[in-house]
Design a protein around this ligand. Structure first.
Ligand SMILES: *[C@@H]1O[C@H](CO)[C@@H](O)[C@H](O)[C@H]1NC(C)=O
Ligand SMILES: *[C@@H]1O[C@H](CO)[C@@H](O)[C@H](O)[C@H]1NC(C)=O
Length: 374
Protein backbone atom coordinates (compact mmCIF):
# COMPACT_ATOMS: atom_id res chain seq x y z
CA UNK A 1 0.00 0.00 0.00
CA UNK A 2 1.30 3.39 -0.82
CA UNK A 3 -0.62 5.08 1.96
CA UNK A 4 2.13 6.93 3.67
CA UNK A 5 0.52 9.38 5.98
CA UNK A 6 -2.74 9.18 7.73
CA UNK A 7 -3.60 12.24 9.67
CA UNK A 8 -7.07 13.64 9.58
CA UNK A 9 -6.34 16.65 11.72
CA UNK A 10 -7.27 19.60 9.54
CA UNK A 11 -4.55 21.76 11.07
CA UNK A 12 -2.07 19.52 9.34
CA UNK A 13 -3.82 19.64 6.03
CA UNK A 14 -1.68 22.30 4.43
CA UNK A 15 1.49 20.52 5.49
CA UNK A 16 0.06 17.35 4.02
CA UNK A 17 -0.77 19.00 0.74
CA UNK A 18 2.76 20.31 0.47
CA UNK A 19 4.12 16.91 1.39
CA UNK A 20 1.94 15.21 -1.18
CA UNK A 21 3.40 17.20 -4.02
CA UNK A 22 6.84 16.01 -3.06
CA UNK A 23 6.02 12.37 -2.45
CA UNK A 24 3.72 9.47 -3.16
CA UNK A 25 -0.01 10.12 -3.32
CA UNK A 26 -1.52 10.12 0.12
CA UNK A 27 -4.60 8.07 0.85
CA UNK A 28 -5.75 9.11 4.27
CA UNK A 29 -8.92 7.95 5.83
CA UNK A 30 -10.33 7.21 9.22
CA UNK A 31 -10.64 3.48 9.73
CA UNK A 32 -12.59 1.47 12.27
CA UNK A 33 -11.57 -2.18 12.21
CA UNK A 34 -13.49 -5.18 13.52
CA UNK A 35 -12.51 -8.82 13.32
CA UNK A 36 -10.30 -11.65 14.50
CA UNK A 37 -6.57 -12.40 14.65
CA UNK A 38 -6.16 -11.49 10.98
CA UNK A 39 -6.65 -7.86 12.03
CA UNK A 40 -6.07 -7.80 15.82
CA UNK A 41 -3.43 -5.14 16.44
CA UNK A 42 -3.00 -5.88 20.15
CA UNK A 43 -6.38 -6.01 21.92
CA UNK A 44 -5.70 -9.53 23.17
CA UNK A 45 -2.58 -8.26 24.95
CA UNK A 46 -5.00 -6.82 27.49
CA UNK A 47 -7.04 -9.98 27.99
CA UNK A 48 -6.57 -13.18 29.91
CA UNK A 49 -6.47 -15.49 26.93
CA UNK A 50 -4.59 -18.33 25.28
CA UNK A 51 -4.77 -16.40 22.03
CA UNK A 52 -1.88 -13.95 22.24
CA UNK A 53 0.89 -12.81 19.91
CA UNK A 54 2.83 -10.48 22.16
CA UNK A 55 6.08 -12.39 22.43
CA UNK A 56 8.85 -13.01 19.91
CA UNK A 57 9.08 -13.92 17.13
CA UNK A 58 5.68 -12.34 16.37
CA UNK A 59 6.31 -8.91 14.91
CA UNK A 60 9.92 -9.71 14.03
CA UNK A 61 9.56 -7.82 10.73
CA UNK A 62 7.26 -5.07 11.98
CA UNK A 63 9.18 -1.96 10.96
CA UNK A 64 7.28 0.49 13.15
CA UNK A 65 8.53 -1.24 16.34
CA UNK A 66 11.90 -2.43 15.05
CA UNK A 67 10.73 -6.02 15.26
CA UNK A 68 9.21 -5.90 18.72
CA UNK A 69 6.00 -7.93 19.08
CA UNK A 70 2.82 -5.86 19.14
CA UNK A 71 0.11 -8.47 19.45
CA UNK A 72 -0.33 -8.78 15.68
CA UNK A 73 -0.58 -12.44 14.70
CA UNK A 74 2.06 -12.33 12.00
CA UNK A 75 5.69 -11.39 11.45
CA UNK A 76 4.94 -7.86 10.27
CA UNK A 77 1.99 -5.92 8.93
CA UNK A 78 -1.57 -7.11 8.63
CA UNK A 79 -3.65 -6.71 5.50
CA UNK A 80 -5.99 -4.02 6.85
CA UNK A 81 -5.33 -0.75 8.60
CA UNK A 82 -2.91 0.52 6.00
CA UNK A 83 0.11 2.19 7.46
CA UNK A 84 -1.93 4.39 9.78
CA UNK A 85 -2.32 1.51 12.29
CA UNK A 86 -5.38 2.58 14.27
CA UNK A 87 -4.58 1.64 17.89
CA UNK A 88 -6.25 -1.25 19.69
CA UNK A 89 -9.31 -0.10 21.63
CA UNK A 90 -8.04 -1.66 24.88
CA UNK A 91 -4.68 0.12 24.73
CA UNK A 92 -4.30 2.97 27.23
CA UNK A 93 -5.25 6.37 25.78
CA UNK A 94 -6.66 4.89 22.57
CA UNK A 95 -9.83 6.97 22.90
CA UNK A 96 -8.31 10.18 21.52
CA UNK A 97 -7.76 8.40 18.25
CA UNK A 98 -11.50 7.80 17.92
CA UNK A 99 -11.89 11.31 16.51
CA UNK A 100 -8.75 11.10 14.35
CA UNK A 101 -7.42 8.04 12.54
CA UNK A 102 -9.83 5.51 14.03
CA UNK A 103 -9.74 2.51 16.36
CA UNK A 104 -9.10 -1.21 16.00
CA UNK A 105 -11.55 -3.46 17.90
CA UNK A 106 -10.38 -6.81 16.48
CA UNK A 107 -9.55 -9.72 18.76
CA UNK A 108 -7.73 -12.99 18.14
CA UNK A 109 -9.92 -16.14 18.33
CA UNK A 110 -13.12 -14.06 18.21
CA UNK A 111 -16.04 -14.91 15.98
CA UNK A 112 -19.32 -13.54 14.78
CA UNK A 113 -21.11 -15.81 17.24
CA UNK A 114 -20.51 -15.00 20.90
CA UNK A 115 -19.66 -18.61 21.80
CA UNK A 116 -16.90 -18.94 19.16
CA UNK A 117 -13.37 -19.28 20.57
CA UNK A 118 -14.51 -20.41 24.04
CA UNK A 119 -11.49 -22.71 24.29
CA UNK A 120 -9.16 -19.75 24.18
CA UNK A 121 -10.99 -18.16 27.15
CA UNK A 122 -10.56 -14.38 26.62
CA UNK A 123 -11.60 -12.78 23.30
CA UNK A 124 -13.89 -9.99 22.18
CA UNK A 125 -16.72 -11.35 20.06
CA UNK A 126 -18.14 -9.21 17.26
CA UNK A 127 -21.19 -8.10 19.28
CA UNK A 128 -18.82 -6.97 22.07
CA UNK A 129 -16.59 -5.19 19.55
CA UNK A 130 -19.61 -3.20 18.46
CA UNK A 131 -20.39 -2.48 22.15
CA UNK A 132 -16.89 -1.00 22.39
CA UNK A 133 -17.47 1.05 19.25
CA UNK A 134 -20.59 2.39 20.92
CA UNK A 135 -18.43 3.51 23.86
CA UNK A 136 -16.03 5.24 21.45
CA UNK A 137 -19.00 6.93 19.84
CA UNK A 138 -20.15 8.33 23.19
CA UNK A 139 -16.70 9.86 23.49
CA UNK A 140 -16.91 11.27 19.94
CA UNK A 141 -20.22 12.93 20.74
CA UNK A 142 -18.62 14.65 23.74
CA UNK A 143 -15.89 16.06 21.49
CA UNK A 144 -17.69 16.62 18.19
CA UNK A 145 -21.36 16.78 19.12
CA UNK A 146 -24.04 14.53 17.61
CA UNK A 147 -24.07 16.22 14.18
CA UNK A 148 -20.29 16.41 14.05
CA UNK A 149 -20.03 12.72 14.96
CA UNK A 150 -22.47 11.73 12.23
CA UNK A 151 -20.60 13.62 9.54
CA UNK A 152 -17.26 12.30 10.83
CA UNK A 153 -18.50 8.70 10.76
CA UNK A 154 -20.06 9.14 7.32
CA UNK A 155 -16.60 9.44 5.79
CA UNK A 156 -14.90 6.74 7.85
CA UNK A 157 -14.30 3.26 6.46
CA UNK A 158 -15.60 0.38 8.58
CA UNK A 159 -13.72 -2.83 7.85
CA UNK A 160 -14.92 -6.16 9.17
CA UNK A 161 -12.79 -9.30 8.80
CA UNK A 162 -14.36 -12.11 10.78
CA UNK A 163 -15.89 -15.57 10.39
CA UNK A 164 -12.83 -17.85 10.16
CA UNK A 165 -13.00 -18.88 13.80
CA UNK A 166 -16.72 -19.64 13.65
CA UNK A 167 -16.04 -22.00 10.75
CA UNK A 168 -12.96 -23.53 12.41
CA UNK A 169 -14.97 -24.23 15.56
CA UNK A 170 -17.64 -25.80 13.40
CA UNK A 171 -15.25 -28.22 11.68
CA UNK A 172 -13.23 -29.11 14.75
CA UNK A 173 -13.87 -32.64 16.05
CA UNK A 174 -16.85 -32.39 18.35
CA UNK A 175 -16.14 -30.45 21.44
CA UNK A 176 -19.26 -30.89 23.54
CA UNK A 177 -19.37 -27.42 25.09
CA UNK A 178 -19.51 -25.77 21.67
CA UNK A 179 -22.73 -27.54 20.86
CA UNK A 180 -22.60 -27.07 17.09
CA UNK A 181 -22.11 -30.55 15.68
CA UNK A 182 -25.81 -31.27 15.37
CA UNK A 183 -26.42 -28.29 13.11
CA UNK A 184 -26.04 -28.83 9.38
CA UNK A 185 -23.61 -26.60 7.53
CA UNK A 186 -26.13 -24.46 5.70
CA UNK A 187 -28.02 -23.70 8.92
CA UNK A 188 -24.72 -22.78 10.55
CA UNK A 189 -23.78 -20.49 7.65
CA UNK A 190 -27.21 -18.84 7.90
CA UNK A 191 -26.72 -18.25 11.63
CA UNK A 192 -23.37 -16.61 10.92
CA UNK A 193 -24.86 -14.33 8.27
CA UNK A 194 -27.91 -13.33 10.29
CA UNK A 195 -25.80 -12.60 13.37
CA UNK A 196 -23.34 -10.60 11.25
CA UNK A 197 -26.16 -8.64 9.63
CA UNK A 198 -27.51 -7.76 13.07
CA UNK A 199 -24.14 -6.17 13.91
CA UNK A 200 -23.78 -4.40 10.54
CA UNK A 201 -27.21 -2.84 11.00
CA UNK A 202 -26.29 -1.82 14.52
CA UNK A 203 -23.17 -0.06 13.22
CA UNK A 204 -25.31 1.60 10.58
CA UNK A 205 -27.72 2.89 13.23
CA UNK A 206 -24.71 4.30 15.08
CA UNK A 207 -23.66 6.23 11.97
CA UNK A 208 -21.39 3.92 9.95
CA UNK A 209 -21.96 4.30 6.20
CA UNK A 210 -18.96 2.90 4.33
CA UNK A 211 -18.44 -0.79 4.98
CA UNK A 212 -15.92 -3.26 3.72
CA UNK A 213 -16.70 -6.83 4.73
CA UNK A 214 -13.90 -9.30 4.07
CA UNK A 215 -14.96 -12.82 3.11
CA UNK A 216 -13.31 -15.83 4.73
CA UNK A 217 -10.11 -17.06 3.08
CA UNK A 218 -9.42 -20.65 1.97
CA UNK A 219 -9.28 -22.15 5.47
CA UNK A 220 -8.97 -25.62 4.00
CA UNK A 221 -5.40 -24.75 3.01
CA UNK A 222 -4.03 -23.46 6.32
CA UNK A 223 -1.56 -25.80 8.06
CA UNK A 224 -3.77 -26.23 11.15
CA UNK A 225 -6.82 -27.30 9.16
CA UNK A 226 -4.82 -29.56 6.85
CA UNK A 227 -3.46 -31.27 9.97
CA UNK A 228 -6.80 -31.81 11.71
CA UNK A 229 -8.36 -32.97 8.44
CA UNK A 230 -5.37 -35.29 7.87
CA UNK A 231 -4.71 -33.73 4.48
CA UNK A 232 -0.94 -34.09 4.44
CA UNK A 233 -0.36 -34.61 0.74
CA UNK A 234 -2.92 -32.27 -0.79
CA UNK A 235 -2.64 -28.50 -0.82
CA UNK A 236 -6.09 -27.97 0.68
CA UNK A 237 -9.04 -29.75 2.23
CA UNK A 238 -11.73 -29.54 -0.44
CA UNK A 239 -14.60 -30.10 2.00
CA UNK A 240 -13.49 -27.27 4.29
CA UNK A 241 -13.09 -24.90 1.35
CA UNK A 242 -16.55 -25.88 0.19
CA UNK A 243 -17.91 -24.85 3.61
CA UNK A 244 -16.05 -21.53 3.31
CA UNK A 245 -17.33 -20.92 -0.21
CA UNK A 246 -20.89 -21.60 0.91
CA UNK A 247 -20.50 -18.97 3.60
CA UNK A 248 -18.85 -16.44 1.27
CA UNK A 249 -21.61 -16.85 -1.30
CA UNK A 250 -24.26 -16.13 1.31
CA UNK A 251 -22.25 -13.17 2.55
CA UNK A 252 -21.96 -11.71 -0.92
CA UNK A 253 -25.67 -12.14 -1.44
CA UNK A 254 -26.44 -10.51 1.90
CA UNK A 255 -24.26 -7.50 1.10
CA UNK A 256 -26.03 -7.12 -2.26
CA UNK A 257 -29.35 -7.06 -0.43
CA UNK A 258 -28.09 -4.49 2.05
CA UNK A 259 -26.89 -2.28 -0.82
CA UNK A 260 -30.32 -2.48 -2.41
CA UNK A 261 -32.10 -1.94 0.89
CA UNK A 262 -30.00 1.11 1.83
CA UNK A 263 -30.36 2.61 -1.64
CA UNK A 264 -26.97 4.42 -1.82
CA UNK A 265 -27.32 5.99 1.60
CA UNK A 266 -24.71 3.45 2.72
CA UNK A 267 -22.39 1.13 0.86
CA UNK A 268 -21.26 -2.42 1.61
CA UNK A 269 -18.20 -3.68 -0.22
CA UNK A 270 -17.41 -7.39 -0.39
CA UNK A 271 -13.67 -8.11 -0.26
CA UNK A 272 -12.89 -11.39 -1.97
CA UNK A 273 -9.88 -12.48 0.06
CA UNK A 274 -10.61 -16.09 -0.86
CA UNK A 275 -9.72 -15.72 -4.54
CA UNK A 276 -6.73 -13.48 -3.87
CA UNK A 277 -5.30 -15.94 -1.36
CA UNK A 278 -6.11 -18.94 -3.56
CA UNK A 279 -4.29 -17.33 -6.47
CA UNK A 280 -1.22 -16.89 -4.28
CA UNK A 281 -1.41 -20.54 -3.18
CA UNK A 282 -1.80 -21.92 -6.69
CA UNK A 283 0.79 -19.66 -8.30
CA UNK A 284 3.10 -19.14 -5.36
CA UNK A 285 6.29 -19.26 -7.40
CA UNK A 286 5.07 -16.40 -9.60
CA UNK A 287 4.67 -14.34 -6.43
CA UNK A 288 8.20 -15.19 -5.29
CA UNK A 289 7.30 -17.74 -2.59
CA UNK A 290 9.02 -21.09 -2.16
CA UNK A 291 6.95 -22.78 0.56
CA UNK A 292 3.19 -22.92 0.40
CA UNK A 293 2.44 -25.64 2.96
CA UNK A 294 4.58 -25.26 6.05
CA UNK A 295 4.32 -22.55 8.66
CA UNK A 296 7.46 -20.45 8.91
CA UNK A 297 7.16 -20.54 12.69
CA UNK A 298 6.01 -23.34 14.96
CA UNK A 299 7.05 -26.46 13.09
CA UNK A 300 5.19 -28.87 10.87
CA UNK A 301 3.05 -30.78 13.35
CA UNK A 302 0.47 -29.94 15.97
CA UNK A 303 0.57 -28.28 18.44
CA UNK A 304 2.14 -25.72 16.12
CA UNK A 305 3.26 -23.47 18.95
CA UNK A 306 5.10 -20.51 17.49
CA UNK A 307 4.94 -18.37 20.57
CA UNK A 308 7.73 -19.56 22.86
CA UNK A 309 8.49 -16.45 24.78
CA UNK A 310 11.91 -15.41 25.97
CA UNK A 311 14.80 -17.22 27.52
CA UNK A 312 16.54 -15.99 30.66
CA UNK A 313 18.67 -13.56 28.64
CA UNK A 314 15.52 -12.04 27.22
CA UNK A 315 16.11 -13.42 23.73
CA UNK A 316 13.49 -15.27 21.87
CA UNK A 317 14.12 -19.00 21.88
CA UNK A 318 11.90 -19.35 18.87
CA UNK A 319 14.26 -17.91 16.31
CA UNK A 320 16.50 -20.92 16.50
CA UNK A 321 16.68 -22.45 13.04
CA UNK A 322 14.49 -25.45 13.95
CA UNK A 323 11.55 -23.26 15.03
CA UNK A 324 11.76 -20.41 12.58
CA UNK A 325 12.21 -20.69 8.85
CA UNK A 326 15.29 -19.25 7.19
CA UNK A 327 13.78 -16.74 4.80
CA UNK A 328 10.44 -15.41 6.00
CA UNK A 329 9.71 -13.68 2.71
CA UNK A 330 9.59 -17.08 0.96
CA UNK A 331 6.77 -18.50 3.10
CA UNK A 332 3.06 -18.10 2.54
CA UNK A 333 2.19 -19.08 6.12
CA UNK A 334 3.71 -17.40 9.13
CA UNK A 335 2.26 -19.85 11.67
CA UNK A 336 -0.32 -22.62 11.43
CA UNK A 337 -3.18 -20.12 11.08
CA UNK A 338 -1.90 -16.85 9.68
CA UNK A 339 -0.30 -15.60 6.48
CA UNK A 340 3.09 -13.89 6.44
CA UNK A 341 3.43 -10.16 6.03
CA UNK A 342 4.44 -10.79 2.41
CA UNK A 343 0.99 -12.27 1.71
CA UNK A 344 -0.77 -9.55 3.72
CA UNK A 345 0.87 -6.89 1.58
CA UNK A 346 -0.33 -8.60 -1.62
CA UNK A 347 -3.85 -8.75 -0.19
CA UNK A 348 -3.77 -5.13 0.97
CA UNK A 349 -2.59 -3.93 -2.42
CA UNK A 350 -5.31 -5.89 -4.26
CA UNK A 351 -8.09 -4.71 -1.99
CA UNK A 352 -6.91 -1.13 -2.36
CA UNK A 353 -6.57 -1.04 -6.13
CA UNK A 354 -8.14 -4.24 -7.45
CA UNK A 355 -10.97 -4.68 -9.93
CA UNK A 356 -14.47 -5.92 -9.12
CA UNK A 357 -13.38 -9.57 -9.04
CA UNK A 358 -11.41 -8.69 -5.89
CA UNK A 359 -13.49 -5.98 -4.30
CA UNK A 360 -17.14 -5.60 -5.23
CA UNK A 361 -18.75 -3.28 -6.28
CA UNK A 362 -15.78 -0.91 -5.75
CA UNK A 363 -12.28 -1.11 -4.23
CA UNK A 364 -11.05 0.53 -1.05
CA UNK A 365 -9.52 3.49 -2.82
CA UNK A 366 -12.91 4.17 -4.44
CA UNK A 367 -14.75 3.45 -1.21
CA UNK A 368 -12.78 6.14 0.54
CA UNK A 369 -13.69 8.68 -2.15
CA UNK A 370 -17.24 7.43 -2.58
CA UNK A 371 -19.90 10.11 -2.26
CA UNK A 372 -22.95 8.86 -0.46
CA UNK A 373 -26.43 10.04 -1.30
CA UNK A 374 -27.39 12.68 1.28
C1 LIG B 1 -27.40 -16.14 15.83
O1 LIG B 1 -26.85 -17.43 15.91
C2 LIG B 1 -27.49 -18.28 16.85
C3 LIG B 1 -26.70 -19.57 16.91
O2 LIG B 1 -25.45 -19.31 17.48
C4 LIG B 1 -28.90 -18.51 16.45
O3 LIG B 1 -29.56 -19.31 17.40
C5 LIG B 1 -29.61 -17.17 16.33
O4 LIG B 1 -30.89 -17.39 15.79
C6 LIG B 1 -28.84 -16.22 15.44
N1 LIG B 1 -29.40 -14.88 15.57
C7 LIG B 1 -29.97 -14.27 14.59
C8 LIG B 1 -30.41 -12.88 14.82
O5 LIG B 1 -30.16 -14.81 13.53
C1 LIG C 1 17.22 -14.14 17.79
O1 LIG C 1 17.30 -13.00 16.96
C2 LIG C 1 17.90 -11.88 17.56
C3 LIG C 1 17.81 -10.71 16.60
O2 LIG C 1 17.46 -11.09 15.32
C4 LIG C 1 19.35 -12.23 17.93
O3 LIG C 1 19.95 -11.13 18.55
C5 LIG C 1 19.34 -13.41 18.88
O4 LIG C 1 20.65 -13.80 19.17
C6 LIG C 1 18.59 -14.58 18.26
N1 LIG C 1 18.47 -15.66 19.21
C7 LIG C 1 18.75 -16.91 18.90
C8 LIG C 1 18.57 -17.89 20.00
O5 LIG C 1 19.13 -17.25 17.80
Amino acid sequence: MSTILCLTNSLLLSILVMFQILSLPCLCFTAFLFGDSLVDAGNNNYLFTLSKANSPPYGIDFAATNGRPTGRFTNGREALGGTSFPPPFLAPNSMDNAVHGGINYASGSAGILPETGTLFIGRISLPEQVDYFEQSRDYMVKILGEEGTLSFLRNAVFSIAIGSNDLIDYIEPSIPILGHPTIDSSTFQRFMISNLTTQLKRMHRLGARKFMVVGVGPLGCIPFVRAIELEFTTLCSASVNELVNGYNERLRHELDSLNTEMDSSAIFVYANSYDVFMDVLLNYRDYGFEDVKDPCCGGHFPSFVCNKGKDTQGYSRTNSSSDLCGDRSKYVFWDAFHPTEAVNIILAEKLLNGDSSVSFPINIRELYRYKLRA
